[in-house]
Design a binder for this molecule. Structure first.
Ligand SMILES: C[S@@+](CC[C@H](N)C(=O)[O-])C[C@H]1O[C@@H](n2cnc3c(N)ncnc32)[C@H](O)[C@@H]1O
Length: 349
């Protein structure tokens, strides 16, 4: 039965939980912004404009413009929410990090609140103290309105996060680091005052490079997704998660009007800590499934070494069929050309 398999792997279960939880925040924000009555073509045009601005690196204070805030919310908010949701769930699943009551979570460059709402959904049973700092009044107002309508209490501050003295368990910088001129200094300061640092950037080469460079220069301890390894694809390629998240209907509709359609949520991330460690180390799938004539392939990172594993279409390996990017696996096989031909494979749950 299909529905059964949809929840077969930890990643699929996480995608489903993320989708279910995102709904209330997105609906509330979309109603505040009147997005359901917004002309879809205009929204798509503004998303294009915003994407070009973000890629060009000429940031300014784009969130202050209503049309760009609406475009951000419709298209990037769901992705931002699930990126943080996924990383926090992975920390809980794969490391020895134990959440504590009233722990402090600081989100720097909050925007309309994607990461703080994800953090709330994951840790709400622990009554966390969640702080978001944002330099755009417009974006912060939207985050405040959503929180108010959902009746949750968060600490939301307007201003430049460089000017705040922050301390806590977890610090999150999601799609905010690349907008900083002094990113090294910022990360150094945060590492001194937090147990865990989460850096998330879009899944393009620049996003990967900025995280890897900071990690190298500051000699940070990466625990996820790299499991403490030296990345061997650096300089040749870049590593990113690509997850088939089901977006809200409105985002799907506007996505269909865009020239570059979003198929997967793609992002690069790094979780750093010298106090928290991994419970399991195992090969990790780092690509979506690639289909070639007569066979199916995944790219795997195994202790920093990157190679392909392949299954012939006629072979039956159920765990391979249901696996997706970011799953941890164990397998047996033999080297065939530049790949490992699988004999068996198991998903680690
Ligand atoms: C690309 S958005 C990401 C928003 C949110 N973290 C997310 O994942 O959806 C980056 C946000 O960081 C804010 N920002 C950038 N530099 C900042 C700073 N130094 N202090 C406060 N906010 C900042 C921007 O205004 C913008 O809202």
């Amino acid at each position: 039965m299909k529905t059964q398999y949809f929840l077969y792997t930890p990643i699929q279960q996480s995608l489903k939980r993320g989708q279910d939880n995102l709904h209330k925040w997105f609906e509330t924000g979309a109603r505040i912004l009147d997005l359901y009555d917004y002309p879809l073509k205009k929204l798509a045009k503004n998303i294009g404009k915003l994407s070009s601005l973000l890629i060009s690196g000429k940031f300014g204070n784009y969130m202050e413009k209503n049309e760009l805030l609406s475009a951000y919310f419709a298209f990037f908010f769901p992705q931002g929410y699930y990126r943080t949701f996924f990383v926090l769930e992975e920390i809980l699943r794969l490391t020895n990090f134990e959440p504590e009551d009233n722990m402090i979570i600081n989100d720097l460059g909050t925007g309309p609140g994607a990461s703080i709402f994800a953090a709330y959904d994951i840790f709400k049973d622990y009554n966390p103290v969640i702080t978001g700092i944002e330099k755009s009044k417009n974006a912060l107002e939207l985050a405040k309105n959503i929180a108010e309508k959902q009746r949750i209490k968060l600490n939301l501050f307007h201003g430049d996060f460089n000017k705040f003295e922050l301390k806590g368990e977890i610090a999150i910088l999601s799609s905010a680091l690349s907008e900083q001129k002094n990113s090294l200094k910022i990360v150094e300061k945060i590492m001194e005052s937090h147990r865990l640092l989460i850096l998330i950037e879009p899944g393009w080469r620049e996003g990967y490079e900025i995280i890897m460079k900071i990690s190298d220069i500051l000699k940070l301890h990466p625990i996820l997704p790299c499991q403490g390894n030296v990345c061997k694809i650096r300089g040749k390629d870049w590593c990113h998660a690509a997850l088939p998240f089901t977006l809200p209907d409105l985002t799907v509709r506007v996505n269909s009007l865009l020239s570059h359609k979003l198929k997967y949520i793609k992002f690069t991330y790094g979780v750093f800590s010298s106090k928290v460690s991994l419970k399991t180390k195992a090969p990790r799938i780092i690509s979506p499934k690639i289909r070639e004539k007569g066979k199916e392939i995944f790219i795997v990172c195994d202790g920093g070494e990157v190679y392909k594993i392949e299954k012939l279409k006629k072979q039956s390996i159920p765990d391979f069929d249901y696996a997706s990017c970011c799953d941890l696996i164990s397998f047996e096989g033999e080297i065939k050309g530049n790949a490992v031909r699988l004999k068996s494979m198991r998903l680690l749950k």
